[in-house]
Write a protein that binds this ligand. Structure first.
Ligand code: CA
Length: 230
């Protein structure tokens, strides 16, 4: 869906050019030529960004901004200011405008600022992605402890229970070097009476299934799960 930009600008030529340029860029653009009209259109809702001239008939740009911010802290607002409006520009930023461009401006600069402002607004609005505790990921390898799904780079991997336990243990401690005895204790249990060779055997099985470059042999010590050096 096209992003919707409201242009509040009393100079009709500028408003018209902005509207055409924005529509050419794939935005949906609405225009208001006075402050009060702009506020009414804004309250009509559904705007992703507001381009707001400061010197406007009706309500001033700052008044419009103040009223927008009273009800909507999030919608991005870019001020269109004149060179001699430094104080108003500062006041506008203090009132919660996101950015400004000074007239006369290059349309390319304004478009870049619109894109950047929309990007930031979107990132702020997006729900934070938190990896649930039962999902472990490293270097393209993902293990889900609830479903016991194992994937590497999206490819599903079928492990035996022991292989799964071994890989999960390594995955929970990436970049940490383990001695064979440590892995034996952690995965097979302290009461397992066996040779540490079993660790080597299982590491080999797991490597064969998940592919190379993840479980590394540390000569004379044991194993580490880490990313292959580039
Ligand atoms: Ca004006």
């Amino acid at each position: 869906m096209a992003e919707r930009i409201l242009i509040v600008e009393d100079e009709e030529n500028i408003a018209r050019v902005l509207q055409l340029e924005l529509e050419f860029e794939g935005y949906e653009a609405g225009v208001a030529h006075a402050g009060d009209e702009g506020l009414i259109k804004f309250r009509g809702g559904g705007w992703d960004l507001v381009l707001l001239d400061l010197m406007l008939p009706g309500l001033s740009g700052l008044d419009v901004l103040r009223r927008i911010r009273a009800s909507d802290k999030a919608v991005p607002v870019i001020l269109l200011t004149a060179k001699n409006e430094v104080e108003d520009k500062v006041a506008g930023l203090d009132l919660g405008a996101n950015d400004y461009v000074t007239k006369p401006f290059e349309i390319e600069e304004l478009l870049a600022r619109i894109r950047a402002t929309l990007r930031v607004a979107k990132a702020l609005a997006a729900p934070k992605e938190e990896t649930p505790e039962h999902i472990h990921s490293f270097a393209g390898l993902t293990m889900n402890e609830e479903t016991r799904d194992v994937t590497r780079d999206g490819r599903s991997i079928d492990l035996t229970p022991r292989e799964y336990d071994l890989l999960l243990y390594l995955l929970k401690h990436p970049n940490r070097v383990f001695e064979r005895e440590q892995l034996l204790d952690a995965v097979w249990g302290f009461d397992y009476y066996g040779d540490t060779n079993v660790v080597d055997v299982y590491v080999r099985y797991v490597r064969k299934k998940i592919g190379e470059g993840l479980i590394h042999t540390v000569r004379g010590v044991g194993y580490v799960l880490k990313e292959a050096p580039k």
